[in-house]
Design a protein around this ligand. Structure first.
Ligand code: M6R
Length: 615
């Protein structure tokens, strides 16, 4: 996830402040970094480097230290264009230099527009185009804030921007829409950042500008001041609030662990995964990464999804959805199995790899094996520019931002969103009706809000976790789209709480697992009210008849399930195909809370690595 920082002050410390702040944002994950300073004589100094902030520092120390009272800097986590110096921020166009965190949805159209104006774009980013638009406005308006204000209505998507102009060492303009931005207020300086972690080192007095608000920071006669206005120019008053966080808490934005922060980020992460990709008019999805192979996709009759761990569980759901809505024969296979098996692959088959890190050795090997056999390879990857992203023929990024905790949470839900988008695209190429496509899109748009509702049950789930923390074994069961969620719930509690758990299709109980049921084995039943409601209800009664405890993840209309379960977590309802996006959240929280109750270092559980780059 990109990080932006900015400084305007009466002392010439911009250079040191911004480099320190970039280090403080390193935990967010990034692939390149850059800084731009405006000296008192108006001259701009800009340096960018691929890799760590240390690489940027090295480049900078080759130049003399720059004394400046104004500057902006950036750590980039690539979304548009591979990690490289020319794609690194800050981006400059004419007099304007800026840094950006977010994604501009209509950037392709804006790019064309500025190119028609004779502007030469030097990067592949969605950001550079904003610099050109602001520069064009600045040439006419001669005022930085007015120029930024004039361009904002043209931008669709999410952004936090810090903008400076060559020749104006006294002004910094900041604005945000749907991307984080915080301003630190000190007596003689203002600090800007994507995240308060960079601010609390300087001051604990902060302002969080609201969506669409524009902050104009000025330095006049050694004093620093700011005004905050709406896009239309109306003045806004914010009283700074005082943060009591220390540095480590700030990195986690006040959450005890990255895992919890990432669980709570899911409404945002799933929004980013679908941002700019829904085409409601045509009831389909617009996936730029698949555009080069769109015609070839029409000829595909079979898809094999290869992945590991949590990504494999997303793949299981993806395979179900592909079959249901596109008529494509689909199956999910563990990448570690695929690479050593002899799957019959032909020209009508595609292999789709799913990976958060894009570096998982087994998944990468499966992609290479598929390529070797000449089939079309596709990817759903979170880490931009990673090995799998580079090696597949075409793919879609999740845009979930870096996942720091070893346990995958927001990557999983954003993978599911991308899978639904692919199903929309392939389904509409084949059998899916406009009405069905529109219905799915309508329900997809409501998902972030529904996830937020589930996150609000956190306390209640913590109480349940504390009641069940003494159990050594759990069963997780579900049917249809919720069977992979049972597997995912069991995996989460295994890795985070070191509790043994098994995931099963509920219908399999009588074929073995029911032998285990007794008072010391709780069963987590994922059973929203759906087409298999009665079956699930009978299953619960069978467990109860054997004095087994039942924790149900269900919906309010599943009245009898709620009645018969020992504990029930009620989640909101959506289309059955989208329910996994909702039912998985309480299971993530349950595993997290049991792990915390056991004193496990949940972000770094024993024996596990975030990126499994060896077999
Ligand atoms: O980076 P990937 O998605 O390829 O990783 C796959 C698995 O290693 C990963 O999902 C693992 O199972 C997680 N620890 C699950 O929380």
């Amino acid at each position: 996830m990109c990080g932006i920082v900015g400084y305007i002050g009466s002392a010439p410390h911009a250079y040191d402040v911004l480099l320190d702040d970039l280090h403080r944002l390193e935990y967010r994950g990034y692939d390149s970094a850059g800084i731009a300073l405006v000296r008192d004589n108006g001259a701009l100094v800009r340096v960018r480097a691929v890799g760590k902030v240390a690489a940027l520092e090295e480049k900078l120390t080759k130049r003399a230290q720059v004394y400046a009272k104004l500057g902006i800097a950036h750590t980039r986590w690539a979304t548009h264009g591979a990690p490289s110096v020319r794609n690194a921020h800050p981006h400059t166009a004419g007099a304007i230099t800026l840094v950006h965190n977010g994604i501009i949805e209509n950037f392709a159209q804006l790019r064309e527009e500025v190119q028609k104006e004779g502007r030469m774009l030097r990067s592949d980013t969605d950001t550079e185009v904003i610099a050109h638009l602001i520069d064009m406005a600045y040439a006419q308006l001669h005022d930085l804030a007015d120029a930024v204000r004039a361009v904002l209505p043209r931008l669709r998507g999410a952004y936090a921007l810090l903008v400076i102009a060559k020749g104006d060492p006294k002004t910094l303009v900041a604005v945000r829409v749907a991307s984080p931005l915080v301003m630190g207020v000190a007596a003689d300086a203002l600090f800007f950042a994507s995240d308060a972690v960079a601010i609390v080192a300087h001051t604990h007095r902060v302002i969080y500008p609201l969506d669409g608000e524009i902050v104009v920071a000025k330095r006049t006669e050694g004093r620093v001041s700011y005004t905050i206005t709406t896009e239309k120019g109306a003045l806004r008053k914010h009283t700074p609030r005082v943060l009591k966080w220390d540095h480590t808490q700030a990195q986690k934005e006040g959450y005890a662990h990255f895992m919890l922060k990432e669980i709570m980020e899911q409404p945002h992460a799933v929004t980013d995964a679908m941002r700019g990709r829904l085409d409601s008019d045509n009831a389909t999805a617009r996936l730029g990464g698949l555009a080069p192979v769109e015609e070839r996709l029409r000829t595909i009759k079979r898809i094999i999804i290869v992945s590991c761990g949590t990504s494999y569980h997303a793949g299981l759901i993806g395979a179900q959805l592909l079959q249901e809505y596109s008529g494509i024969v689909a199956e999910a296979v563990y990448a570690s199995e695929f690479r050593y098996s002899n799957y019959l692959l032909d020209k009508e088959t595609a292999v789709l790899a799913i990976s958060q890190s894009g570096e998982t050795a087994d998944t990468l090997a499966a992609v290479r094996e598929a390529k070797n056999k000449g089939v079309l390879t596709l990817g759903i990857v979170n880490a931009v520019g990673s090995s799998i992203a580079r090696e597949v023929d075409a793919g879609v990024y999740n845009h979930a931002g870096p996942e720091i905790s070893v346990a995958s949470t927001k990557a999983f839900t954003s993978q599911l969103i991308v899978l639904v988008l692919i199903v929309l695209l392939l389904g509409r190429q084949r059998t899916m009706s406009v009405a069905m496509g529109k219905r799915i899109i309508r329900h997809l748009c409501a998902i972030p809000r529904l996830i937020e509702t589930v996150c609000q049950h956190h306390k209640e789930i913590r109480a349940i976790a504390r009641r069940y923390k003494r159990y050594d074994n759990f069963l997780y069961v579900g049917r249809l789209h919720n069977f992979p969620i049972a597997l995912e719930g069991a995996l989460k509690i295994k890795e985070i709480a070191y509790v043994h758990a098994e995931g099963y299709p509920f219908g399999e109980m009588k074929h073995g697992p029911i032998a285990l049921v007794e008072p010391s084995l709780p069963t987590v039943v994922i059973a929203p009210r759906d087409s298999v409601y009665e079956k699930n209800l009978s299953g619960i009664q069978e467990i109860r008849a054997r004095r087994g405890k039942v924790i149900a993840i269900t919906t309010h209309d599943a009245v009898d399930i709620v009645k018969h379960a020992h504990d029930a977590i009620i989640v909101p309802k959506t289309l059955p195909v989208l329910m996994p996006l909702i039912t998985v959240i309480p299971l993530q929280l349950l595993a997290y809370e049991v792990g915390v109750a056991h004193g496990v270092d949940v972000d770094k559980p024993r024996n596990l690595a975030k990126s499994v780059t060896v077999e």
